[in-house]
Design a protein around this ligand. Sequence first.
Ligand code: E4P
Length: 215
Amino acid sequence: MKFFIDTANIEEIKAANALGVLAGVTTNPSLVAKEGVSFHDRLREITTEVTSGSVSAEVIAEDAEGMIEEGKELAAIAPNITVKVPMTLEGLKAVKAFSDLNIKTNVTLIFNANQALLAARAGATYVSPFLGRLDDIGHNGMELIATIAEIFDRHEVKTEIIAASIRHPLHVTEAALNGAHISTIPYNVLEQLVKHPLTDQGIERFLADWNNANK
Ligand code: E4P
């Protein structure tokens, strides 16, 4: 399983990239709105200064024609832009059009397996099931990942599964175990993945022993 970072914050993206584990970036309109910057400028910054991995940029239009127009503009910013499209009837039409144009897509707001399979068959490069938001309403987000992974495997679907709406480190481990190809995680969760109290204690003890021996 690969790691994407789920943020539009350039400092967080740079910091994640510096760790050497970053395979891509996902953004959404809420994350971009928090930044108070021009969306296109930020995408240019990410794609030219930070990563050549997939960078998901979401369309705002709700009709296929509008999505296609917006998506083409986004895709023209850099070759590694992936157009993020919401899971709707209009979204599926747009995904098919992007697929015919060889523009990569990430179908977002996936909450059941049928949505994922439809998106894949329309030609999506990625599907993004939202774990945390399902857990929030008392459903089991992780079961959805496992179901989609099994269906894609059984029917030899090439679309990759991005575990999205990740809230904590256990989501990341379980997403990997259940067949997600990618987890897209907020920066604070990425930091949490690195941490273990026994690692910190171990470093402290090694340093203390070293310093005692070298007095
Ligand atoms: C994924 O692409 C989305 O941007 C994201 O994971 C949504 O997460 P949230 O439910 O924490 O907003």
